[in-house]
Design a protein around this ligand. Structure first.
Ligand code: XMP
Length: 305
């Protein structure tokens, strides 16, 4: 705990001396990393910080409302409603890397506009240690790292949690008094629900992934997974009443991990798996079947795309 307090003190001091009396902008994602980076920066420079949250429409259930509430103490919080623009940009795209690329580009466009208006000289980012490692190894195009700095001519980039692992970021979040929903919430990828939809992102698949993920998170919270969520894989046949239907196939994934670089599929009781299945098929009309993913990382990744 002493170490965490010392870290906070040093980080705040470093941000303050780097940014001085100028403005900085940060892209808030709702995840713990950018939240902690924003809270440290706000502690350091207060109203000089412009936190920008882009609602991509690819967020979890209730996430935007949660952000609005949690960060209402930040005077210059900007919430950008960009759901339609993201869906339009993603229409017809099925290749996973292209999807990530389109989301990254669209995100930059939205963020760029806000950053210009904020008159910021500095960019604050919530990059953590494993992000840097994965990006260097080029395992996947990672939209938290490497994309944003070209956007506006920033004088500098400040990455206050760059040397921390996720569990250390959570310790800092708790010490900063960030609400449990932020400090304890499972990691969520930058490209959001789009990487939990195999193939084209449509409104119907998004809604299915969002509702099913809320059920999975709710049921599995007591098992304390690193991440638990639902993905939409494709379509298959089922029966509803007297009719055969062609509905979505939903995969449930729950993994244990320290840093996301490797992971183990969680061993779950049949009862909880059945409860998840019946809640998903019972409340989301276009789901035909529910699968549980037993693959570790490697050979699988945690997300689907
Ligand atoms: P994978 O699927 O590669 O994911 O095993 C490892 C961890 O990284 C998260 N993830 C991302 N996080 N931007 C992020 O901020 C991304 O583009 C991204 N892609 C995956 C994933 O949720 C898991 O925790």
């Amino acid at each position: 705990m002493v170490e965490t307090d010392a870290f906070i003190e040093e980080a705040v001091e470093e941000i303050r001396s780097t940014i001085g009396d100028r403005n900085a902008v940060i892209a808030l994602s709702g995840g713990v990393d950018s939240s902690v980076a924003a809270a440290l920066a706000h502690e350091a420079i207060g109203e000089q910080l412009v936190p920008v949250y882009v609602d991509t429409g690819l967020m979890r259930k209730g996430e935007t409302e949660q952000i609005r509430e949690t960060f209402s103490f930040m005077e210059r919080l900007q919430i950008v409603s960009a759901q339609e623009r993201f869906l339009d940009a993603l229409a017809g795209i099925t290749d996973p890397e292209e999807k990530r690329h389109v989301i990254g580009e669209q995100f930059i466009r939205e963020f760029e506009r806000e950053a210009r208006e904020s008159d910021a000289d500095f960019l604050v980012q919530g990059t953590i240690y494993p992000d840097r490692i994965e990006s260097e190894g080029n395992i996947k195009s990672h939209h938290n790292v490497g994309g944003l700095p070209d956007v506006v001519d920033f004088e500098g980039i400040v990455e206050p949690v760059r040397d921390l692992y996720k569990d250390e970021v959570r310790d800092v979040a708790r010490a900063l008094g960030l609400e449990a929903v932020v400090a304890e919430r499972m990691p969520f990828p930058g490209p959001g629900l789009a990487v939990r939809i195999v193939g084209e992102v449509t409104e119907s698949k998004l809604e299915t992934a969002r509702e099913a993920t809320a059920i999975v998170e709710d049921e599995l919270e007591p098992y304390e997974p690193w991440q638990a969520f639902a993905a939409v894989l494709g379509k298959a046949t089922g029966v509803k009443g007297d009719n055969r239907v062609h509905g979505h196939v939903v995969a449930v994934r729950s993994v244990e991990s320290r840093d996301g670089m490797t992971a183990r599929a969680q061993e779950l009781d049949w009862d909880v798996l059945q409860r998840i299945q019946s809640r998903i098929t019972g409340t989301i009309p276009n789901v035909a079947r529910v699968l549980y993913d037993v693959t570790h990382k490697p050979p699988a990744t945690i997300e689907y795309e």
